[in-house]
Write a protein that binds this ligand. Structure first.
Ligand SMILES: [Zn+2]
Length: 191
């Protein structure tokens, strides 16, 4: 499991790697990228509604390759209504945003996810536990929210930032170099 901070930074990284400055008006806004990068955690809401915060978290099919493909197809279908030739790239991005969340949860420590659904509904987790886990109390919503304040959770978020912020820095440098190298766009040119 990774924190919403890690998933949001990953969404930001993918946005900066895939959207050029001159086409931001033709792509979904940054907040949509960050929302999609966090979307597989939607199953926590069903537990929160029953005061059992982790009853369904990561055990639902939201964290699977099958749902990644389903959302990609849905995105492709929605993107078809925009006649700007970017529909396949947008659909591919939904795979990247949704799929990286599933992979990060699989490679992180914590709960197993049914990553191979619908081929196999069994939950799996990387046995090596690449990332340290969070301190969480599942007894009730109040206990869960209180446990999030544990100092260890702050340390884990700092470790996540130590991994992702350098990647964002490198992406920004690459982006800056591409801007310098890019030839001036011809007025009126459309993709
Ligand atoms: Zn997750």
């Amino acid at each position: 499991m990774s924190s919403p901070v890690a998933h949001s930074l990953t969404g930001y990284l993918i946005y900066r790697l895939t959207v050029r400055q001159d086409e931001t008006d033709r792509w979904p806004p940054l907040w949509a990228y960050i929302a999609m990068a966090n979307f597989p955690d939607i199953d926590i809401v069903f537990g929160l509604l029953q005061n059992t915060p982790f009853q369904y978290h990561h055990e639902s099919i939201a964290n699977s390759i099958g749902m990644t493909l389903a959302f990609t197809l849905l995105a492709w279908g929605c993107a078809r209504v925009f006649p700007n030739g970017l529909r396949w790239r947008r659909a591919w991005l939904f795979s990247a945003l949704y799929g990286t969340h599933v992979l990060m949860d699989f490679f992180g420590a914590g709960r197993a996810v049914p990553i191979l659904w619908p081929l196999d509904a069994h939950p799996y987790i990387n046995p090596l536990g690449v990332m340290p886990g969070f301190v969480k109390n599942h007894a009730s919503n109040a206990a869960f929210l209180a446990s999030l304040m544990h100092v260890w959770n702050g340390v884990v978020v700092l470790i996540e930032c130590a991994v992702l912020l350098p990647a964002i820095y490198l992406a920004e440098r690459w982006r800056g170099r591409r801007l310098l190298e890019a030839p001036p766009t011809r007025p009126g040119r459309k993709e």
